[in-house]
Design a protein around this ligand. Structure first.
Ligand code: HEM
Ligand code: HEM
Length: 277
């Protein structure tokens, strides 16, 4: 099995991050400043500087990634990024001495938490979703699913012509528009509450249950149900595929902008403590 970025070199960076966190914690506990612990003691400055350098290095990952076109050689970098980024939770928090308020310092801290939280979300998504995507697709790409859906639609419209107007109308309504995608919330839910294919199928099943059709029409009806059933299954898988793709992507839309804001707030923080503290 190939090694994932999480287990890279026997969890090397998890160990490094764990040690850094423990060391900071030991220093913090042993530290006896004259005031309450805060960012302005020697330990506060030390932890603040290490945290800020770490943040700049973590942000540099975006530049690095683009240079390499982003595949395999970055595994070690990503491993370090994820674990050392999480260590900031300890280093950055201890730096503040838990002195929070409504100010630019705590804003920087809150943004740091947002970047870390979105990163954790992304890491979970990267480690779990690819397997689910593969299982859901089977051998079929999304494009192939859509192509099969439209050929099923054609077949269904053809078959429906032999049945009454009401059936025809629901089949046409179900095939007119591919109900895939839509708003972000719709995509993330992976469902379509007003699915016309599901409504059509329900209508056809009701009709079949009545058993009022002659043998020929009955046979056409079961063909139609079979086609639409397969279409419903494909639609379900296609919606799931879009959902997974959105989940793999959405957190970066928080992670990157919040990183930029974090750096701006951090500059404001450092400048303001040097000038006004
Ligand atoms: C070069 C790096 C840094 C330096 C020199 C620095 C400096 C300081 C100083 C001197 C204080 C004490 C201010 C006071 O007690 O009023 C402080 C507090 C604080 N720092 Fe930093 N810091 C750095 C990095 C960071 C980072 C990376 C964060 C989090 C993202 C952060 C968040 C805070 C917070 C929330 C406080 C508490 C503010 C308060 O006391 O009201 N700092 N920092
Ligand atoms: C303050 C800390 C952090 C900063 C400033 C930061 C910043 C960044 C930046 C700039 C990128 C490049 C994104 C791109 O250009 O596509 C990135 C990628 C990434 N970050 Fe962070 N990050 C931080 C913490 C974390 C943490 C704690 C985790 C996970 C626990 C994490 C997980 C990831 C992952 C998985 C990627 C890879 C995205 C990809 O290759 O598609 N990050 N981060």
């Amino acid at each position: 099995m190939h090694e994932s970025f999480l287990t890279y070199k026997g969890f090397l960076f998890l160990k490094v991050a764990g040690l850094a966190g423990l060391l900071a914690l030991a220093l913090y506990i042993g530290h006896a400043p004259m005031d309450a612990p805060n960012g302005g003691t020697w330990l506060g400055y030390g932890l603040g500087t290490v945290s800020a350098l770490l943040i700049l290095w973590l942000a540099w990952f975006g530049v690095r990634k683009r240079r390499y076109g982003g595949v395999q050689p970055l595994k070690g970098w990503l491993s370090a990024h994820v674990y050392l980024g999480s260590a900031l939770l300890v280093l950055g928090t201890l730096h503040t001495g838990f002195q929070f308020g409504w100010n630019v310092h705590s804003l920087a801290y809150a943004l740091m938490l947002l970047v870390i939280a979105s990163g954790i979300f992304g890491t979970i998504a990267y480690s779990r979703l690819p397997r689910l995507v593969a299982a859901n697709r089977g051998r079929q790409t999304l494009e192939a699913m859509i192509a099969e859906i439209s050929s099923l639609d054609r077949g269904a419209r053809q078959a429906a012509m032999a049945l009454d107007d009401k059936v025809n109308a629901t089949v046409v309504a179900a095939s007119e528009r591919l109900q895939l995608g839509g708003s972000l919330i719709r995509i993330l839910s992976g469902r379509e509450p007003a699915c016309r294919t599901a409504a059509c199928l329900a209508h056809l099943e009701e009709l079949a249950a009545k058993g009022t059709l002659g043998p020929e029409e009955g046979a056409t009806l079961s063909t139609l149900v079979r086609l639409l059933y397969r279409k419903g299954e494909l639609l379900h898988r296609a919606r799931l595929d879009l959902r997974y793709q959105a989940l793999l992507d959405i957190w970066l839309h928080v992670h990157i902008p919040a990183t930029v804001l974090l750096i701006v707030a951090l500059i404001a923080h450092v400048v303001s403590v040097f000038f006004f503290w």
